[in-house]
Design a protein around this ligand. Structure first.
Ligand code: BES
Ligand code: ZN
Ligand code: ZN
Length: 484
């Protein structure tokens, strides 16, 4: 799909559809005034968020259709609302065979952030997740162009880079686990890195054994699919001003059966998205390579398949992590934290000074925050403040959970340094504490994305399946690094 700026005035736009935002009680001030007024007066369109109304052959305009898109309450309208609205309008029109669209940015929201958000909404809305359907008409439904009336080329480019990266992530997370094995994920990562000029190194099982990544390897041993640790490096041209080095670590479990502590079969098919954290980190690197922030960023994705094969680790097994600490594995389904600790220790060993991990880590975070907010945990409040500001600017709702020392007590093991589960209550917090125990004093943030990385039902602005959450926050965090 072509994305471009439309230099014309609304009346001159020749698209199949000109999209304008109408707010509650405030019709848009474009042409076709009478018809628009009638839509509002009749109540057919009231401006409620994500509402869509279509006028054909609007008087005095060259566009084939004038599309009113509901922006909700004007005072609440922000970039997140526009992103969703652009996606919803895009999806509604695409379904009707519209091939070219132009969205008019209204007065007061012409800034780069709004323009980028509109482009993102459209590109994110363009994903159908129907690769495995053999529908011959698929290509006929493609939109040829999406244009913006207002905004700058730079904003449009940024929006395109971010949304295409997010779609890359979503695509990885949507892939079934028979297709996307750990080694295939590593191949896709290598391909992406080569395409965008990033350094990529993949540590194989032997190398990880030599290094002593017993926690990660213990999880992998029940599967016929070998594990990998993907490492991708971005270095700013001309070196960086400070010694900061951001490490992004993403959980890459290509399928989580639970292992010997096997999960119930109902809903288990969803566990192919258990590599969403890894996918978000890889997608972030794809965008970072193009946006070129000032700070060095290294992505690390430990990737394994958690299976109950004959070599699988058993409850009660004790493994030695790369850090040297031992872990008693009381539940093989708490595998994410086991692969993350080895990747995080490795990140420290290769020089990362600040760490952020993203993981579909616990069912408990879905109970706590539902599917709305990402759960955030930290050992460094100032660092988390930066990340929360980045998340807010990107419309990725994120909510901090507490990390009082009392929770840590629940991880004490009788036979090893600690065990890998904390009991029934506060499950997301004890999971975070488990990880924190290994990162020590290095500024670190853990994002639990188990509730937000997947949509069971499609939204008007996004198809069902993987969301790619976290990626935009990572990119903005890296971008704003020196500014804070
Ligand atoms: N991948 C799951 C967490 C998950 C649950 C992700 C639901 C997405 C949706 C993780 O590996 C897991 O199984 N966690 C266990 C931990 C428990 C055994 C302490 C859980 O949350 O039940
Ligand atoms: Zn699990
Ligand atoms: Zn898992």
């Amino acid at each position: 799909m072509e994305i471009r700026l439309e230099p014309k005035k609304t009346a001159e736009v020749e698209s199949d559809a000109l999209i304008v935002v109408g707010f509650e009680g405030a019709p848009p001030g474009v042409g076709a005034g009478e018809a628009v007024k009638e839509l509002y007066d009749s109540g057919e369109f009231s401006g409620k968020a994500l509402e869509i109304a279509i006028l054909h052959r609007p008087a005095g305009m060259k566009a084939k259709r004038l599309v009113l898109a509901g922006g909700g309450k004007r005072e609440k309208f922000d970039t997140a609302e526009l992103r969703k609205l652009a996606g919803a309008a895009f999806r509604a029109l695409k379904g009707k065979g519209v091939r070219s669209m132009t969205l008019a940015l209204g007065d007061g929201w012409q800034s780069d952030d709004f323009a980028a958000a509109a482009v993102e909404g459209a590109i994110l809305g363009d994903v159908e997740n129907d690769r495995y359907k053999t529908d011959p008409k698929k290509d006929e439904k493609r939109v040829a162009s999406f244009s913006l009336l207002g905004g700058s080329q730079a904003a449009l480019d940024r929006g395109r880079i971010l949304a295409e990266a997010q779609n890359f992530s979503r695509d990885l997370a949507n892939e079934p686990a028979n297709v996307l094995t750990p080694l295939l994920l590593a191949d896709r990562a290598k391909q992406m890195a080569a395409e965008y000029g990033l350094e990529c190194e993949v540590l194989d099982q032997d190398r990880m054994r030599q290094l002593g990544m017993g926690a990660l390897l213990g999880v992998a041993q029940g599967s016929a699919e070998p594990p990998a640790l993907i490492v991708i490096r971005y270095k700013p041209a001309g070196g960086s001003k400070s010694s900061d080095h951001l490490g992004l670590v993403g959980k890459g479990v290509t399928f989580d059966t639970g292992g010997i502590s096997i999960k119930p079969s109902e809903g288990m098919e969803k566990m192919r998205y258990d590599m969403s954290g890894g996918a978000a980190v890889l997608g972030a690197m794809r965008a970072i390579a193009q946006i070129k922030p000032q700070v060095p960023v290294t992505a690390l994705v430990p990737t394994v398949e958690n299976m109950p094969g004959s070599k699988a680790q058993r409850p009660g097994d004790i493994v030695k992590s790369l850090s040297g600490k031992t872990v008693e594995v009381l539940n093989t389904d708490a595998e994410g934290r086991l692969i993350l600790i080895d990747a995080l220790t490795y990140a420290q060993q290769i020089g990362c000074t600040h760490l952020v991990d993203a993981a579909t880590l616990t069912g408990a975070i879905v109970v706590a925050l539902g599917t709305v907010n990402v759960g955030a945990f930290t050992n460094n409040e100032a660092f988390l403040e930066k990340l929360l500001a980045a998340a807010k600017a990107e419309g990725e709702k994120t909510w901090q959970l507490p990390m009082d020392e009392e929770y840590k007590e629940l991880l004490k093991s009788n036979f090893a340094d600690l065990h890998n589960i904390g009991g029934r209550s506060g499950g997301s917090i004890t999971a975070a504490w488990f990880i924190r125990d290994f990162v020590g004093e290095t500024p670190w943030i853990h994002l639990d994305i188990a509730g937000t990385a997947w949509l069971d039902e499609g939204k008007p602005y996004m198809a069902k399946g993987a969301t790619g959450v976290g990626l935009r926050t990572f990119v903005r965090l890296a971008e704003s690094w020196n500014a804070v």
